[in-house]
Design a protein around this ligand. Structure first.
Ligand SMILES: Cc1ncc(COP(=O)(O)O)c(C=O)c1O
Length: 416
């Protein structure tokens, strides 16, 4: 059975009394602790940490992380704009996007946001717009990490970055536009194997040597976080020591001492957030079937279980000493709206406190890729509001969405 992270049953009740359920709750203390752990990453020749804000881009979260001294990695021009809106200095923001900016390029680059080209075409477009500028490029080092195709973002089946043997073309495009390649970047996915980090660090450093102006090597994010008690988190100190030794050995061989950057998303935010909801219904499909625990939240609010078969701890807040094996499902009219499935999409059951309708339920590990990656307004459920737990007090950081706001952008045209 799983347990609560930073909430207590009393705090959960207080949160439910503040905004009702479902509601996301983030812990300021946990965010700050995680930032400190990341800032302590071992390094040999200087270090910078960026927060990959795709994990949780709420303005309040950005502000807290900014105050802890981290920089930011934005995955679209809109995320870069969001950082600027939060008051983050442009020079602390890097843009690493699958899509070249179409709307805000001038606004963000003129402000001082760093550009990280993720394809040869992006590098060329950037060079045409900003000849002579400093720029970074993302390399696909040819290998990846992560438990499946959806979480592995390196190697031949990943479209992210410039393939590792196209460095000559990078150099040609850079020369054509007089660009200065000052940083190089790789991000291979989510895993915790130090050997994979070491291998990718070695490959990325070898690429960096091809560009004399490079001073910083960014190894991306992907540090695994244990959400379930059966999982194991990456030991940042262990991975960091491995990576540090690679940088030191490389410098001894080549004389090139690179500054290290990493950009975790999950590590910083996953266990800083909880989703509080309640039991809406309990049904069953007979003696040979299942008992379904239906929550008043679902894939409109949290997609990781449906998208990645990800497991999140589920804690029923009652004092019941009896347990039941439940299939836990969401409130959307979708057979895919399930919280308990295996990686082959088969239903599984979870042993939980035997529940009553109305019991509060906490879904843990909901701080990363949950609010940010939700299927907002599916089945016209309103967007889930958000609270920040700060020094024992709940602060509303996102209001519940009113139905009128959901409908405000839709237009019924004149119909003949
Ligand atoms: C370029 C880049 N950097 C960093 C991250 C953060 O990864 P994680 O949340 O696994 O740490 C991602 C996530 O997809 C990414 O695409």
């Amino acid at each position: 059975m799983e347990s609560l992270n930073f909430l207590t049953p009393e705090l959960a009740q207080q949160a439910a009394d503040t905004l009702g359920t479902p509601v996301y709750i983030y812990s300021r203390d946990t965010i700050e602790q995680r930032c400190q752990e990341v800032l302590n990453f071992p390094n040999a020749y200087g270090f910078n940490a960026r927060y990959a804000l795709k994990a949780n881009p709420h303005l309040a979260v950005l502000k807290l992380i900014d105050r802890m001294g981290l920089h930011f990695d934005a995955s679209s021009e809109f995320e870069a704009m969001r950082c600027l809106h939060a008051g983050i200095p442009a020079e602390k923001i890097q843009l690493t996007g699958q899509q070249f900016p179409r709307k805000h390029l001038k606004e963000i680059i003129d402000a001082g946001v760093l550009f990280n080209a993720c394809s040869l075409r992006q590098l060329d477009e950037f060079g045409q717009a900003y000849p002579g500028a400093n720029v970074s490029f993302r390399i696909n080092p040819g290998t990846g990490s992560g438990s499946n195709r959806k979480t592995n973002v390196g190697g031949p089946s990943a479209s992210f970055g410039i393939w590792h043997d196209q460095a000559d073309q990078v150099a040609e495009i850079a020369a054509k536009h007089n660009l200065n390649i000052t940083r190089i970047h790789s991000h291979i996915g989510s895993g915790s194997d130090p050997e994979v980090w070491k291998a990718v660090a070695e490959m990325t450093l070898a690429q960096a040597d091809k560009f004399p102006a490079v001073h910083t090597v960014n190894l991306g994010g992907g540090f695994k976080v244990a959400r379930m008690s059966s999982e194991k988190s990456t030991d940042l100190q262990e991975v960091g020591e491995f990576v540090k030794q690679v940088f030191v050995a490389h410098a001894a061989k080549t004389g090139n001492e690179y500054k290290l950057e990493i950009e975790p998303g999950t590590y910083l935010s996953a266990n800083c957030g909880s989703l509080l909801c309640d039991v809406d219904d309990i049904t069953n499909t007979g003696d040979d079937g299942y008992t379904f625990l239906k929550l008043n939240t679902g894939m409109d609010t949290i997609t990781r279980p449906a998208l990645y078969a990800s497991e999140h701890p589920i804690v029923i807040l009652n004092d019941n000493t009896e347990t039941t094996n439940y299939v836990v499902c969401g409130h959307c009219c979708e057979s895919g709206d399930m919280f308990t499935v295996d990686e082959n999409d088969n239903l599984t059951t979870r042993e939980l406190n035997t529940a009553n309708i109305g019991d509060l339920v906490v879904i843990e590990g909901a701080g990363a890729y949950c609010a940010s990656m939700s299927l907002k307004n599916y089945n016209s459920f309103p967007t889930t509001p958000q609270l920040l737990l700060d020094s024992g007090e709940f602060k509303v950081i996102q209001q519940p969405q009113a139905l009128k706001d959901m409908l405000a952008v839709e237009i019924i045209p004149e119909l003949s």
